[in-house]
Design a protein around this ligand. Structure first.
Ligand SMILES: Cc1cc2nc3c(=O)[nH]c(=O)nc-3n(C[C@H](O)[C@H](O)[C@H](O)COP(=O)(O)OP(=O)(O)OC[C@H]3O[C@@H](n4cnc5c(N)ncnc54)[C@H](O)[C@@H]3O)c2cc1C
Length: 486
């Protein structure tokens, strides 16, 4: 761009605005990719109530025992720079970390925040990024763009809006409403807890592991009970030497959930363990999921989901050791079964009756708090977020028939109730589970961020506003960046 065009562009300000609602890992990864690709004046508006961008639910925790459940070498924010996170760790934390290290999740939050600010600092001066520290409550179509309404009644006009709302704590209630449960993801879940009194965790997945570790770190001395129907703790992440080399699976037999079950049984017979089978399939999980009918997906959810989740979400070995130690020393007790009854007792405690698996035995507990660790609520119709309620009510967004996410097309555009893809509203991250099934880990989200940024930058360039300006290359890391496909 020549100096006159540059001066004009500066005077006119950004010619396109992209609003990202939700500034957790997904929102931050998308903003980074947009900055790397912006070839014309662009404004990015991040709407996120938390002060730290990139942290979200997963990486805002300050508990030292909360580690990443994926080794550092696989956690780069940038698909084209696999050792980017490791280099950050060496510079900002310790040279001792290697690709197989499991590091603190809070460090990963810092890394995403730093990477975002670093890109902002290095990006072209024609790029502006604003952080609104509040929640979005509503979107409204407006004259070729979208107006995003914030909680404080500010309305922001954007050319494109991306929802990166991530996880929503579950709103499931126990049958008895006078006994409240605390969502493990709510900030008050562990507040004002008497350290000597027993608690009950609902669920035995990674969220329950997180909660048990947090209680331990807080010095909780009371018994920690955990209940789940399957009674299984997550698998342990295999150490490198024990990981089997994965061969690309033959997908021919996987046209149905039954075919998938046969495939898994066959590998188990050959001595392959659950986690490596899931790893083998995970690379292709989106195409397998995408090729299945609703009936097959529903069969998978009914019969194979638990197997998948238990093997898919794994603990780092050091966390597994800590959980084992808590169990061996009698501080953490596992109950396999389902909660049958809860009631408030005169002394203020909660009486819980658990029907143990098999149906014959029951177990009675007294606890001071029930903490729901059963994971995110995937049915958006049950979300308490007004933004989602409005989007569903207006028909701009639609929940898939199995209620695992929002309907989106291949690019991530929201599909409305008339089955049309929006060209203005998009989603990234866990919301895309209905289309992709696996859409939660950083490995998946960073790819989505790169291809969505690519689409948005290209698409806006051809729109009227952006065409007013000549393209200008932005420079990051000393390299000229264009909107080339990833
Ligand atoms: C506890 C935990 C640990 C994990 N560990 C790993 C790991 O080790 N490795 C890995 O690869 N993956 C891991 N994951 C998975 C993955 O990294 C996360 O799912 C990812 O952080 C998702 O990020 P997100 O931004 O989509 O969601 P979130 O982290 O949930 O962030 C969403 C953000 O949106 C904001 N928001 C919501 N509604 C609104 C609104 N209406 N207006 C404005 N803002 C709003 C929220 O404040 C929140 O900050 C983990 C997930 C969890 C939950």
């Amino acid at each position: 761009m020549n100096s006159l065009a540059l001066r004009l562009a500066r005077r006119r300000g950004p010619t396109a605005t992209i609003a990202i609602v939700g500034g957790g890992a997904s929102g931050a990864l998308l903003a980074i990719q947009l900055m790397r690709r912006a070839t014309y004046p662009l404004k990015i508006v991040l709407i996120e109530p938390r002060a730290n961008l990139g942290g979200g639910i997963a990486y805002s925790t300050q508990f030292a025992a909360h580690l990443l459940n994926v080794p550092a070498g696989q956690m780069s924010a940038l698909p084209d720079e696999p050792d980017h996170f490791l280099r950050w760790l060496h510079k900002n934390a310790s040279i001792g970390y290697g690709p197989e290290s499991f590091v603190r999740r809070s460090m990963y939050g810092d890394y995403l925040g730093d990477t975002l600010y670093e890109h902002q600092g290095q990006a072209s001066r024609l790029l502006a990024i604003d952080h609104y520290r509040t929640r979005a409550t509503r979107v409204e179509m407006s004259d070729g763009g979208v107006r995003v309404w914030l909680r404080n009644d500010i309305g922001i006009v954007a050319d494109r809006v991306v929802l990166s709302l991530g996880h929503h704590s579950t709103t499931k209630l126990l049958a008895n409403n006078d006994v409240p449960t605390f969502s493990s993801w709510s900030e008050s879940a562990l507040d004002d807890l008497n350290p000597a009194e027993p608690v009950l965790l609902i669920g035995t997945g990674l969220t329950a592991v997180d909660t048990a570790l947090a209680l331990d770190e807080m010095g909780h001395r009371g018994l920690i009970h955990a209940v789940s129907r399957h009674g299984k703790w997550p698998q342990v992440y295999p150490v490198r030497s024990k990981r089997r080399a994965s061969k690309a699976p033959q997908l021919d037999g996987l046209i149905s959930a039954r075919g998938l079950l046969r495939f898994i049984r066959n590998l188990v017979r050959k001595g392959q363990d659950g986690p490596s089978i899931v790893d083998l399939l995970r690379v292709n999980s989106s195409s397998i999921w995408g090729s299945w009918s609703i009936e097959e997906r529903s069969r998978f959810l009914r019969h194979l989901r638990t197997y998948w989740e238990v093997h898919r979400h794994r603990m780092p070995p050091e966390i597994a050791r800590k959980i084992d130690e808590m169990r061996w020393t009698g501080r953490l007790l596992l109950h396999t079964g389902r909660i049958k009854r809860v009631s408030r007792v005169a002394d203020g405690s909660i009486a819980v009756r658990i029907a143990l698996r098999g149906g014959l035995d029951e177990c009675d507990l007294r606890v001071s708090r029930i903490i729901d660790c059963s994971g995110p609520e995937s049915d958006y119709r049950r979300w308490s977020d007004p933004l989602i309620a409005e989007l569903l009510k207006s028909g701009l967004a639609k929940v898939d028939s199995l209620a695992v996410g929002l309907l989106t097309d291949d690019l991530g555009a929201l599909i409305d109730t008339s089955e049309r893809s929006s060209h203005l509203l998009f989603a990234i991250g866990p919301a895309r589970r209905a289309t992709l099934w696996e859409s939660t880990a950083i490995g998946e989200i960073r790819q989505q961020a790169a291809s969505l940024a690519n689409h948005l930058i290209g698409d806006l360039l051809t729109s009227t506003k952006a065409r007013e300006q000549q393209p200008v290359a932005s420079r990051v890391d000393g390299r000229e960046l264009t909107n080339a496909p990833v």
